[in-house]
Design a protein around this ligand. Structure first.
Ligand SMILES: Cc1cc2nc3c(=O)[nH]c(=O)nc-3n(C[C@H](O)[C@H](O)[C@H](O)COP(=O)(O)OP(=O)(O)OC[C@H]3O[C@@H](n4cnc5c(N)ncnc54)[C@H](O)[C@@H]3O)c2cc1C
Length: 395
């Protein structure tokens, strides 16, 4: 075993989760290796790039270069034409993730992590039922091996690391939303407003979005739940939406992808492997957002890995990652998961009625912050019919 191939922490995948983990572990003085399979960090990727101010800035200080547009308001549009406009100055950002992801990896490098692009992890070096010893990679066309007492899996929705370490990471039809998105050009939209469109026919179980990116461009996409209608495809639904709302726009970029469903705490750790972000399915069950969760889970996992001393601690020490994540986010993630069970059963009339209620709360107001759980509870209280949709949910 070559000493230069030994690290304290190996992180697989340089998305927001991986770079955040590598940054956190390197900051604590650990020798960190960050592996990315693509030759360019941040390309290709599949994301609408929206993030709240707090979700981003609680983890990393803002660099204005990451921002494609600033979010000052939000528009909700129902299938029957109900609309609610929420004025929310400095709510968040639409990022340019091609710059953001690269910059985060560069920050990890600045903290001392070794970043290797074009270097996919192709297997784990499993130690006969004991801890995982390291990672086998393909580097410059040749196989190579790296060793560390902790591995962080930040390899996204397609994650193989958890599976190789012994977890059941199968993505069932009921376990993800299917998404498609265009970057459209030649648009005349309010560049500070995120738009959301709802309706069972438009996108069953999901929603469509218009996230402006400046210069007359916007990420225009939708995600839907294939388990509710296996006959349609995300791209067909998106084409109908674009035809209706932006018939003369130009398509600058096309992407398709999947949003994994949150599955609780069960994919956060196996042996000495910590899973973060999409690899652990840490996605908000209503919005499908995962960047902020990837940043936060990466930070906690990176710090836990840095504090782990195999000569002193048992492997159980690494459970601190799962405990700290659950303390900070568990209640919120569980609430969204329950709320999703109602959301996927809502009919078009329910969407219009909820949006009408939201308008009555926010019209002619400017809000400094929205507390989503409190708002959802108010919506349910005012629309008790919705609770009937949840009658087979165990709270
Ligand atoms: C259409 C769409 C729109 C979305 N819009 C939003 C949004 O607006 N806001 C939001 O918050 N979230 C959004 N999401 C979700 C968000 O993109 C993810 O939650 C987020 O990217 C997760 O970050 P991550 O670091 O966990 O994984 P990723 O960003 O997927 O990064 C994983 C990295 O691992 C690398 N990798 C994979 N396998 C290997 C390997 N074997 N070896 C080395 N490297 C490997 C990949 O190349 C990739 O760079 C959207 C998702 C989709 C599909």
């Amino acid at each position: 075993m070559m000493p230069e191939n030994n690290y304290d922490v190996i992180v697989v995948g340089a998305g927001p989760g991986g770079s955040s983990a590598a940054m956190a572990a390197a900051k604590k003085g650990r020798k960190v290796l960050l592996l990315e399979k693509h030759p360019i960090v941040g390309y290709p990727l599949c994301c609408a790039e929206g993030i709240s101010k707090s979700g981003l800035e609680n983890i990393v200080p803002l660099n204005p270069r990451w921002v494609a547009s600033r979010v000052e308001r939000v528009l909700l549009v129902g299938p029957g034409g109900a609309e609610a406009r929420i004025e929310h100055p400095a709510a968040g950002y639409v990022l340019d993730r091609k710059i953001f992801d690269r910059d985060l990896a560069a920050r990890a490098a600045r903290e001392g992590a070794v970043v290797k692009t074009g270097t996919p992890a192709v297997a784990l070096l499993n130690g006969d039922g004991g801890p995982v010893r390291g990672v086998k990679v393909q580097e410059e066309g040749k196989p190579n091996e790296y060793f560390a007492p902790v591995i962080i899996a930040s390899d996204g929705i397609e994650s193989r690391i958890g599976f190789w370490a012994g977890l059941d990471t199968t993505l069932y039809l009921s376990g993800f939303d299917s998404a498609a998105q265009y970057l459209l050009g030649g648009l005349d939209v309010d560049e500070e407003c995120l738009q959301f469109y709802f309706g069972r026919e438009l996108c069953p179980g999901g929603y469509a979005w218009v996230f402006p990116k400046g210069g007359g461009t916007a990420n225009v996409g939708l995600a839907f739940t294939p388990a509710l209608n296996a006959k349609v495809k995300a791209m067909e639904l998106l084409d109908k939406f674009v035809q209706r709302c932006f018939p003369s726009a130009s398509v600058i970029e096309t992407i398709v992808g999947g949003v994994p469903a949150y599955v609780g705490k069960k994919l956060l750790r196996v042996k000495n492997v910590l899973l973060v972000g999409d690899a652990a399915r840490l996605v908000d069950s209503i919005s499908g957002a995962g960047i902020a969760n990837a940043l936060l889970s990466g930070k906690i996992a990176g710090e836990t890995a840095a504090e782990y001393l195999p000569s002193k601690h048992s492997e159980k020490f690494l459970d601190r990652y799962r405990q700290n994540w659950d303390r900070l986010k568990g209640r919120e993630m569980r609430f969204y998961l329950y709320a999703r069970q109602i959301y996927v059963r809502m009919r078009d009339a329910d969407f219009d009625s909820v949006i009408g209620f939201v308008r009555s709360i926010f019209e002619r107001k400017s809000v400094a912050a929205i507390e989503p759980i409190g708002l959802l509870k108010r919506v349910l209280k005012e629309n008790p019919k919705l609770l009937l949709l949840a009658r087979h949910i165990r709270w």
